[in-house]
Design a protein around this ligand. Structure first.
Ligand SMILES: [Zn+2]
Ligand SMILES: [Zn+2]
Length: 294
C-alpha cells in the first residue's frame, strides 16, 4: 500500500511562497493498494491534482472510492474539480458520515448549486454512487475500513484502513474530548489511565497501526483561544499515538496562519516530545507530495 499527500492544509487553501514546502492545498490523501484499488481520503483542493494524475496515468476507465471524513469546505472543495467525475465510463463511489440534516449527495450538490459553481452535480458524466456511513466496519474494494466518530462540530468519522497486511489511520478533524488538553498533571502511562473515555477510545482506535495520519492544527499555546473549533494540538496527538504503540505518525491539516518555518519548528517540538516519551514513535509533519510506503 502506498499513501501520497495531495493536500496538507486545514481550513482554507493557503498558496504562496511561505507555504511552498508543506503545501497550500487542503486535505486530500491518496491510498493505492497492491491490487490497484484507489482510495481518496477527503476531497480538499488537493484532489484536483490527484484527479489529473489519475487521468494521465490510467489507460482505461477509472474506478475510485472517495472517503470523506466530513463535509466542511476544506474536505470537499476539490470534489467539483476532480476530473475523473467528468468522464463517462469512470466509476466513483463516495462515502461519508451520516448525521447531517441532508444526505451526503445533497450536501455535495449544494456546493455545486449554480450560485456557487457552473456545473451541477447531476451534470457530472461519471457513474457516481453515494453511501452514508456510521460507526462500523465496511469492505471497500479490497480494503477493510473501520469508521469511528470523532469530536468535531460537524458529524465526522475517522477511518482505519487495512489492506495488503498493513494498517493506516486517517484522523481529520478531531479535538480532544478533555478540554484541558485532556489532562492535568503528568501524562498517562497507558491507554487505560486516560481519564476521558472519548480520548481513551480515540487512542484505542489507532492502537498498533503502522501509520497514523492525524490533524494537529494548533500548538498547546494556541489551543486555549480555539476551544470547540474541533482541532488538536501536536502534544495531544503525539502523546496518544505513543501510548497506542503507533510506529509512524504524520501530522497534517496545518493551520493557514502557520508558514513553512513555523511548521518546521512545530515538527521539531513534536519530535522532541516523542523522544522524551521513551517510545518508538517516529513523527513528522506531512508535506504535499510526501509518500508513505507501507
Ligand atoms: Zn478541516
Ligand atoms: Zn472540519
Amino acid at each position: 500500500m502506498l499513501a501520497r499527500f495531495w493536500g496538507t492544509r486545514g481550513s482554507i487553501a493557503t498558496p504562496g511562497p511561505g507555504t511552498n514546502h508543506f503545501g497550500g492545498n487542503t486535505s486530500c490523501v491518496e491510498l493505492a493498494t497492491a491490487s490497484g484499488a484507489v482510495l481518496v481520503l477527503d476531497c480538499g483542493t488537493g484532489a484536483r491534482l490527484l484527479g489529473d494524475r489519475l487521468l494521465a496515468a490510467t489507460p482505461g476507465p477509472i474506478s475510485a472510492a472517495i472517503l470523506l471524513t466530513h463535509t466542511h469546505w476544506d474536505h470537499i472543495q476539490g470534489f467539483p474539480f476532480f476530473a475523473p467525475l467528468f468522464q463517462p465510463d469512470n466509476h466513483v463511489r463516495v462515502y461519508g458520515p451520516e448525521g447531517a440534516h441532508l444526505s451526503l449527495r445533497d450536501v455535495l450538490a449544494g456546493q455545486m448549486e449554480h450560485h456557487y459553481f457552473p456545473v451541477e452535480l447531476d451534470q457530472l458524466a461519471a457513474r457516481i454512487s453515494y453511501q452514508n456511513l456510521r460507526e462500523g466496519t465496511y469492505e471497500i474494494d479490497c480494503a477493510r475500513v473501520r469508521a469511528q466518530k470523532m469530536n468535531h462540530p460537524s458529524p465526522t468519522l475517522g477511518y482505519r484502513i487495512e489492506a495488503d497486511g498493513r494498517s493506516i489511520c486517517y484522523l481529520c478533524d478531531h479535538e480532544p474530548y478533555c478540554e484541558n488538553i485532556w489532562r492535568e498533571g503528568p501524562p498517562p502511562v497507558s491507554i487505560e489511565s486516560i481519564a476521558e473515555e472519548g480520548d481513551r477510545r480515540h487512542a484505542e482506535f489507532m492502537q498498533g497501526a503502522d501509520v497514523v495520519i492525524h490533524e494537529a492544527q494548533y500548538t498547546p499555546q494556541e489551543y486555549p483561544s480555539k476551544l470547540h473549533w474541533g482541532h488538536s494540538t501536536y502534544q495531544y496527538v503525539v502523546e496518544l499515538a505513543a501510548l497506542a504503540g503507533v510506529r509512524r505518525l504524520f501530522l497534517t491539516h496545518h493551520d493557514p496562519s502557520h508558514d513553512d518555518e513555523f511548521i518546521a519548528g512545530l515538527e521539531r517540538k513534536a519530535q522532541e516530545l516523542a523522544r522524551s516519551l521513551d517510545s518508538k514513535l517516529e513523527v513528522c509533519c506531512a508535506y504535499e507530495g510526501c509518500e508513505i510506503a507501507l
